[in-house]
Ligand binder design. Structure first.
Ligand code: SF4
Length: 339
């Protein structure tokens, strides 16, 4: 597909304030220079450990957050690209129905005191559907699209399972015909079997409504299943960007290789899955970014060059990689313990 969104040198810095005078003593550089093209119709995943900046990046792309610096060009249907990075709320209204978000916890994101018809209908009313019968008819259609019975519209969120609540969250996001949907850990809270059903539903809806997905997740098996492309984030930057298959077959960045090695696999010596295994070492502190390559304190290949110079994202093979030695490293031996 063509280009839908183009982010350039995006930064989201939060000031750290101290003392009675609330003086700014530093900045948390949650997103620290991300450039990214999002192609129409694709599923692009953003992965990394918690604290890498992926959620903040997603919030900047949907303009829940205003970035500190950088541009976000968005192409509305039939229009040329417009930079939405620093628009005010009034100007943003034209884009709000185009770009929607689905959240992690379907229960927390649904108001327990409102019926499903009101939860989904709110978006419709906000975007100009005034007649109550129209609202109900559209909510019924949306519920069918996500595999729920239209009669459910008069129920409250507590009456639904986690998977059903996430379907309601999806229906709410789709109510106003978005083109770009940013899903932040949207299946993480669900059982594995329900995850698969939800992902399949999302893929069906993507085809039917020509949706583009930005899929934020720490779960690499989910990411491998759903993505066309994957961006790996570390310390607020993209360190590797690649089509999904080559990324999983041949990671080029040591951090990607270590992440892949930390994916839980059945442990032959015990019946247990080794779930949520963490990489060794601490995630880089976004308030105190390490010199040079931010991954160097955890990288088994770090040299003086890595400590001194910040590697830029450049094309290596079929990927874009930010590592000084991306073309020469042998990453086969990298495991989660080595990093
Ligand atoms: Fe490791 Fe150096 Fe590459 Fe950073 S630049 S990932 S420290 S080898």
């Amino acid at each position: 597909g063509g280009l839908l969104m183009r982010a350039r040198d995006l930064k989201v810095h939060f000031p750290i304030k101290r003392g009675v005078l609330k003086r700014t003593v530093g900045h948390v550089r949650a997103v620290d220079g991300v450039s990214l093209d999002i192609r129409s119709g694709e599923t692009l995943s953003i992965v990394g450990e918690s604290g890498c900046g992926k959620t903040t990046l997603g919030q900047a792309l949907v303009r829940v957050l205003e970035p500190t610096a950088g541009s976000i060009e968005y192409r509305k249907a039939g229009e040329g690209p417009a930079d939405i990075a620093h628009l005010g709320e009034t100007e943003l209204r034209r884009y709000r129905s185009d770009i929607r978000m689905i959240f992690q916890d379907p229960f927390a994101s649904l108001n327990p005191r409102r019926r499903v018809v009101d939860i989904i209908g709110e978006s419709l009313r906000n975007f100009g559907v005034k007649d109550e019968r129209d609202v109900e008819a559209r909510v019924a259609t949306l519920l069918r699209k996500v595999g729920l019975r239209p009669e459910y519209m008069s129920r409250y969120p507590y009456a639904f399972s986690g998977g059903e609540r996430q379907r309601i969250g999806i229906a709410r996001a789709l109510a106003v015909h978005p083109r770009l949907v940013v899903a932040d850990e949207c299946v993480s809270a669900l059982d594995v079997s329900i995850q698969a059903q939800t992902l399949n539903l999302m893929q069906d809806l993507q085809e039917e409504f020509a949706l583009t997905y930005v899929f934020i997740s720490h779960d690499l098996s989910v990411v491998e299943y759903i993505s066309d492309r994957v961006a790996v984030m570390y310390a607020g930057r993209i360190v590797e960007l690649s089509d999904t298959e080559p990324l999983f077959a041949k990671p080029r960045h040591p951090y990607t290789a270590a992440l892949l090695a930390s994916v839980p696999r059945p442990d032959p010596r015990s019946a247990r899955m080794r779930k949520h295994m963490r990489l060794k070492g601490e995630v880089a502190d976004p308030a105190n970014r390490p010199s040079g390559c931010a991954f160097h304190p955890r990288c088994p290949f770090a040299t003086d060059l890595c400590r001194a110079e910040d590697p830029q994202l450049r094309s290596v093979g079929s990927s874009d990689v930010a590592c000084h030695f991306a073309d020469s490293l042998d990453l086969k031996g990298v495991n989660a313990d080595a990093a």
